[in-house]
Design a binder for this molecule. Sequence first.
Ligand code: DGL
Length: 280
Amino acid sequence: MYQENITALKKDAPIGVFDSGIGGLTVAREIMRQIPNEKIIYFGDTARTPYGSKAVSTVRKYTEQITDFLVSKDVKMLVIACNTISSTCLDMLRERFPQLPVIGIIQPAAQKVASICSEENSIGVIATKVTINSGAYQKAIKDLVPQCNVAAKAAPAFVPLIEEGIIDNEIMDLTIHYYMDDFIGDGKIDTLVLGCTHYPLIRKNIERLFPKLRIVDPSREIIGRVKKVLAERDELAGRDNDRENIFYASDLSENFTNMIEKILETERSNLILKFKNLEL
Ligand code: DGL
């Protein structure tokens, strides 16, 4: 009886999901759509975003603070809803929390690419500077499809524009042209990986400007991995899980509130939003 209760508690424990800001909400949104029994504790480091052009040592330090906080909330899994953190901190986190499954976003995306691409395809990855400089995407894809072409491009200005909500706007379209015209060229790239969890928020702009591109969205691909690992550990939440999703931010600004409503397509009154200062 006691053991059964412990197992049920574990199954219904929340999943810790985190990002430098609002980008990881694209992953949270997919968890809520695809595995709705699961409950989330989200952390967005909105006070210190963006991470993608910072020193790796800084990204590591911030990541330790975030994950220590989430683990103190008894999460059953850590989901890195950020490519910048996945590309630089995955091994560190697995060592730091050997008792917990830690799910990175790059490997599931590379597996998706491998399932749809052959040597005839030209794959482009856009991401932050830190992610591109780490070479993590290029390596993960090449390991699975060695003969294909992989080009990588840092597109750092997308993140602050998206955090500001500048999306359905000609400034965003110009920025997309600025980064992508030469990169995509005349058929130079046929498959584009959105290697930053903020970028699905501008997917429609990219599709409108480059309608022939095939797009891979890692924020969707990671959910299959989350589901598989929870199932293997017999930790999928039950239908009667009565916990609630909680969203923490290190700066609970109006921007964050507006963007979370927009991304999760709900009103603030339906959301539990909390402030958490990690620097104390
Ligand atoms: N959303 C993040 C990623 O996937 C990071 C963006 C940033 O903070 O620069 O890389």
